[in-house]
Design a protein around this ligand. Structure first.
Ligand code: ACM
Length: 565
C-alpha cells in the first residue's frame, strides 16, 4: 500500500538528509540537502539575508508541502522551468468512452491553463499549453494506477520533464498545488521575479486520507460578497480543500435569492450583525461561486439552517410564524431563540420550495439543513421536523447534511457534522457514536480544534472563545480517525473547518482567523496519520509565510511557529 509505506520513505529521505547537513531544526529557514545532493546545502546558524536568498532559490525538498504528501522519494537531478518550457496535455486513456474522454480532455486543458496562469506572472515566461506530444516540459495526463483514486496524483520530476498523472482532473489539480508549493515562494508574486525555478528530482505519490475536506464560511452574520468568496476559494484550493460549505441563512440574514419567496433575500437579507446593510447572492452570483469553485475542484454545499436560526425567514413572512406575527429583524449575536413552526403545513411548502430552488442551483450532492441549537423547538417537534424535511432533500436528488444534533432523527444516508468540543457531554457524544455505528457518516468539525472563529489566545483581537482558545498547534494536533470514542474510522467521511462571522466582516479579518490554522485542518484531512508530526509541520508551515505575504494573505504570526524574519 503506497500510503502505508510512504511515510517510511519520507523518514528515510529525512534521515539521509540529516547525515548530509545539519538537521532542519537548527535553522528553520534552511532546507536540508536532499538524499542525492540535489538540494543546495546552505550555512546554518547565521541568518543573513544572503543565506535566505540562497535558500529561497534552492529547490525545496519534495516533502516540504502542506498537506504532507503520502509518499515521497527524491532521486536524480532537479527540473528547471525556463523560457522554453511548454505545458503538454494528453487526453485520457483510449479505453475511456468517447464522450467521457472529450469532457475529460477539456478538464485537463483547464487544469493546464490554470497552471500556466499561476506560473506566468512571476516567471515572466510564455509557458504555452499544447497538445503536441513531446518528452520534455511539464506534462499533464489522465491515467496511472487505479489506487490513485478520484483525487490522487503522481508527480515524477526528472531533469528532462515534470510528469503529472492522475485518474481524474481533480487529481491533476491537486498535483499542481503540490508543484506550486515546491517552487520558490516568489512564484506567488504578481510580477516578474528572478529565477531559477527549479523542482527537486524524484517522485511523489499522493492520495487523500479522507474524501471530504471542507471549509465553511458564515455569510449570514456578516455578508461576504462574491469577490471575497472567490478569494477564499483560491486560498482553500492551495491546501487541497475540496468542499466549500456556505452558511446561507441564520437569524441575522438570508443570503440567497429564492424566487418563490422573494422577501427572504429582499427583506431578510437586508441586515447583519451590528446593523450593517447585509446583502444576498442573486442566483447568478451563486452560480458564479459554484462555477469558480468547480474550476478549482471544490464542491459547494449550501446550508439553510432549520428549524432554529431562522429569524430572518420568520421576519420576512408573517405566515411562517405560529402566531401569524412577523418578528423584527435581528442584528445581535444570541442564538437559540427562533424556530420554524413545526405544526404548520405552510412551513413545509416553504422548506420544499427553498430546497427545490437550491437543489436546482447546486450541482454537488449535498444540501445542508442545519439542525443545530434548536433551543426553541421541543425535542418532539425537532424529530417531527427532521423526519419530514430529510425526504424533501432526497426528493430533489440530494443527500442531507446536518449538524450532529440531527443524529436524534437521522434518515438513511444523512451525514452528521460533529461540532462538539472537549466539554460536550457523554450522552451527546454517545448519540453521535451510536448513529455512526448504525451507518451515519460523520464530518468532524470539533469546535475546540477546527472552528476557525475561536480566538487563538486571550490576546488575539478577533473571534469567540466559548469552546476555549484554539492556538495553531491545537488546530493541527488531532487525529480524526480516533477523535470520537466509539466511532469507527470508516464512519468518518472527513473534516471541515467552519468560520463563523460574528466578529469578522472583511477578507483581512477572515484571513487572520483562517491563517495559519486552516492549513492544519487541511493536512489532518488529507495526509496519512503516519506523517503527523507537529515539529515537522510547524517548519513547513513557517515556510508558507513568504507565499502568503506575496499573495496578500493576512495571517496571524502565531508564536508557536518559527516564522522567517
Ligand atoms: C454551530 O456552531 N452552532 C454549529
Amino acid at each position: 500500500m503506497g500510503r502505508r509505506i510512504g511515510p517510511l520513505l519520507v523518514l528515510c529521505a529525512s534521515l539521509l538528509a540529516a547525515t548530509a547537513s545539519p538537521p532542519a531544526a537548527a535553522s528553520p529557514r534552511t532546507a536540508p540537502a536532499t538524499a542525492t545532493g540535489a538540494g543546495t546545502p546552505t550555512a546554518t546558524g547565521t541568518r543573513t539575508g544572503a543565506d535566505e536568498a540562497a535558500t529561497a532559490r534552492s529547490p525545496r525538498p519534495l516533502d516540504r508541502v502542506i498537506p504532507a504528501p503520502a509518499s515521497v522519494r527524491e532521486r536524480g537531478r532537479p527540473y528547471a522551468i525556463t523560457p522554453r518550457t511548454v505545458i503538454r496535455v494528453h487526453g485520457g486513456p483510449d479505453h475511456h468512452r468517447h464522450g467521457q474522454r472529450r469532457g475529460a480532455r477539456k478538464d485537463v486543458r483547464q487544469v493546464a491553463d490554470h497552471l500556466a496562469e499561476l506560473l506566468r506572472p512571476a516567471t515572466g515566461y510564455r509557458l504555452p499549453v499544447t497538445t503536441r506530444a513531446g518528452r520534455d516540459g511539464i506534462q499533464l495526463r489522465l491515467g496511472g494506477h487505479r489506487r490513485l483514486g478520484p483525487e490522487g496524483y503522481r508527480l515524477d520530476v526528472t531533469a528532462r520533464a515534470v510528469r503529472l498523472t492522475a485518474r481524474e482532473p481533480a487529481g491533476l489539480f491537486h498535483g499542481i498545488q503540490t508543484l506550486r508549493q515546491l517552487l520558490p515562494a516568489a512564484v506567488e508574486a504578481p510580477d516578474k521575479q528572478p529565477g531559477p525555478w527549479r523542482i527537486t528530482g524524484g517522485t511523489i505519490t499522493d492520495t487523500p486520507r479522507y474524501a471530504y475536506r471542507g471549509a465553511m464560511l458564515d455569510v449570514s452574520r456578516h455578508f461576504f460578497p462574491v469577490p471575497a468568496v472567490k478569494r477564499y476559494i483560491d486560498q482553500l484550493a492551495l491546501y487541497k480543500i475540496n468542499t466549500l460549505h456556505l452558511h446561507l441563512s441564520d437569524d441575522q440574514g438570508w443570503r440567497i435569492a429564492i424566487d418563490s419567496w422573494p422577501r427572504l433575500a429582499g427583506y431578510g437579507g437586508g441586515t447583519e450583525v451590528g446593523g450593517g446593510p447585509g446583502g444576498h447572492y442573486t442566483k447568478a452570483d451563486y452560480r458564479e461561486i459554484v462555477r469558480y469553485a468547480a474550476a478549482r475542484h471544490l464542491t459547494v454545499v449550501p446550508e439553510i439552517d432549520m428549524p432554529g436560526h431562522t429569524n430572518a425567514a420568520l421576519a420576512s413572512y408573517a405566515e411562517l410564524n405560529c402566531d401569524g406575527v412577523a418578528p423584527p429583524r435581528y442584528t445581535g449575536t444570541e442564538v437559540g431563540f427562533s424556530s420554524l413552526c413545526v405544526p404548520l403545513e405552510r412551513t413545509y411548502d416553504f422548506v420544499d420550495d427553498v430546497l427545490r430552488e437550491l437543489a436546482a442551483l447546486t450541482p454537488g450532492p449535498y444540501l445542508h439543513i442545519g439542525g443545530d441549537e434548536a433551543h426553541s423547538t421541543s425535542h418532539k417537534d425537532y424529530v417531527t421536523f427532521m423526519r419530514r424535511v430529510q425526504p424533501l432533500v432526497a426528493k430533489y436528488g440530494k443527500k442531507a447534511i446536518g449538524w450532529h444534533q440531527i443524529t436524534a432523527a437521522p434518515a438513511r444516508g444523512t451525514v452528521a457534522q460533529y461540532w462538539g468540543y472537549d466539554r460536550t457531554g457523554p450522552q451527546e457524544r454517545a448519540q453521535v457514536a451510536e448513529a455512526a455505528r448504525r451507518g451515519t457518516k460523520l464530518v468532524l468539525s470539533p469546535a475546540d480544534r477546527a472552528y476557525l472563529d475561536m480566538k487563538y489566545d486571550k490576546d488575539t483581537p478577533l473571534g469567540l472563545s466559548w469552546a476555549g482558545y484554539v492556538p495553531t498547534r491545537r488546530a493541527y494536533d488531532w487525529d480524526p480517525g480516533r477523535y470520537l470514542e466509539g466511532v469507527p474510522e470508516r464512519a468518518v467521511l472527513g473534516v471541515e473547518a467552519p468560520l463563523w462571522s460574528e466578529t469578522i466582516a472583511t477578507s483581512d479579518q477572515l484571513e487572520y482567523l483562517a491563517f495559519p490554522r486552516l492549513p492544519g485542518v487541511a493536512e489532518v484531512g488529507w495526509s496519512p496519520a503516519a506523517t503527523h508530526d507537529w515539529d515537522g509541520y510547524r517548519e513547513r508551515l513557517a515556510q508558507q509565510a513568504p507565499r502568503w505575504e506575496l499573495m496578500g494573505v493576512n495571517y496571524h504570526r502565531s508564536p508557536q511557529v518559527p516564522w522567517p524574519r
